[in-house]
Ligand binder design. Structure first.
Ligand code: ZN
Length: 345
């Protein structure tokens, strides 16, 4: 294919399994300290100021050469909007969720969309679309297993994940927490799509076999992600699913959710994942630390390894580290372009 595509066209074509002019290079969460400083952003303001957020996130495209722009900068918005305690981190540390609810009936979602952080995501999505119409704007959202874990407490989720499988009463409670998580997921997804999102990027970090057993993921996680994914597809939007850790035992489940792209960590072998995922495009696997301290040779080798393994887009294993250096990010996107030139002509 010789006609040059815009970044947005390239990402959407990849998600729709259509030909691309070159393989897209995409990012998940990104809160790169150097771009925050360069764009005049400051902590914690860039978490709640849409203009500042887009100025920082936009540099992942304008400077680093990514094909997508990602807002917001962490997996805390859903939790903070529900009134849970959140540690706002620092310029190098993403915010993290601390609190949880005692009972499902304590969760109140009526005012979710009025929360200032949720509104910042929506405003930033609109703004990014207006400023960068040729780039894929992919809001970064928390998947249902992870959100249910925020609601009930992540330790309780982990513990109940194996006990509930043969305890009907515990399963009823799990179902209750998950149905609230899905209600919030749907509210937020719908609002992001209304704001112009090109695709939704879900991290369902807590669905990892590191935290819940694969049987639980298949019985509870997959149906929840699929339900959310079907809702998103009904609104005409594609979505991506990221799960951390060694996901080999659950790739088949991830692929069955209907996600348009699976994102995996460096803990897994790309070839093996691609084989299990079948037709579903896979991205990820590039060691994030490469962007902080990798040499040119290492970055190029690591990038090529993922693409040679069958990845349909180049992506880091987890989010882009805060201490990533712009020169390394550019080496990475350059390596993807070079690989594509060789393979696609
Ligand atoms: Zn991850």
């Amino acid at each position: 294919m010789s006609v040059e595509m815009t970044s947005r066209e390239r990402v959407l074509a990849m998600l729709e399994r259509k030909p691309v002019d070159r393989f897209p290079v995409i990012t998940g969460s990104c809160m790169v300290a150097e771009y925050i400083n360069r764009s005049g952003g400051f902590w914690p303001e860039y978490h709640s100021n849409a203009e500042m957020m887009v100025d920082v996130a936009g540099m992942m495209h304008t400077d680093a050469g990514m094909d997508n722009i990602v807002v917001p900068f962490g997996m805390f918005v859903e939790a903070v909007a529900l009134g849970l305690e959140v540690n706002m981190g620092r310029i190098t540390i993403q915010p993290s969720v601390k609190g949880f609810f005692k009972r499902p009936e304590d969760v109140k979602c009526e005012r979710f969309l009025n929360d200032p952080y949720v509104r910042t995501t929506l405003k930033a999505t609109k703004l990014a679309k207006a400023k960068f119409p040729d780039v894929a704007v992919t809001p970064f959202l928390v998947g249902p297993v992870t959100l249910a874990g925020y609601l009930m407490g992540v330790e309780k989720l982990s513990e109940m994940s194996y006990r509930c499988l043969d305890d009907e009463k515990l399963m009823d409670e799990i179902v209750e927490w998950f149905s609230i998580a899905l209600e919030i997921n749907r509210l937020y997804a719908g609002a992001c799509i209304d704001s112009g999102a090109d695709a939704l990027y879900y991290s369902d970090a807590s669905a990892s076999p590191n935290l819940v057993i694969p049987d639980f993921y298949y019985r509870v996680g997959v149906p929840a992600e699929k339900e959310l994914g079907d809702f998103i597809h009904c609104l005409g939007c594609p979505w991506e699913l990221h799960i951390c850790g060694n996901t080999i035992p659950i790739i088949e489940g991830m692929a069955s959710t209907g996600a348009n792209c699976l994102s995996v960590e460096q803990a897994v072998d790309m070839r093996e994942v691609v084989e299990i995922a079948g037709d579903v495009p896979v991205a990820g696997n590039v060691t994030p630390l490469m962007m902080v301290e990798g040499t040119e040779e290492q970055i190029i080798a690591e990038t090529r390894k993922g693409l040679d393994g069958g990845a349909k887009a180049s992506m880091l294993g987890c989010g882009t580290p805060s201490l990533s250096t712009p020169d390394r990010l550019k080496l990475w996107s350059g390596a993807v372009a070079e690989w594509s030139r060789e393979k696609l002509g």
